[in-house]
Write a protein of this length. Structure first.
Length: 76
């Protein structure tokens, strides 16, 4: 497999991962708003906020890797 094909496969995988993580963020934020509207500030509410922040950081890492791989293709 050529180097460019390998990088393209990695890029496709990262894009799919980015889409999945975006969906997870939507679900988590929806859960937070539901609990907020019902004034349920329990343990699950706070854990969901922490997990959402961690997932957002994961999304940033994936976006950074996509950018890096795209620049790598440009250099080939």
């Amino acid at each position: 497999m050529a180097k460019i094909d390998e990088i393209k496969e990695i890029l496709n995988t990262l894009r799919i991962t980015m889409s999945i993580i975006a969906g997870i963020i939507v679900v988590l934020v929806g859960k937070i708003f539901t609990k907020f509207e019902n004034n349920q500030f329990d343990f699950i509410f706070w854990i969901t906020i922490i997990v959402t922040i961690l997932v957002i950081f994961a999304e940033a890492i994936v976006i950074y890797n996509i950018s890096k791989k795209t620049k790598e293709i440009k250099d080939l």
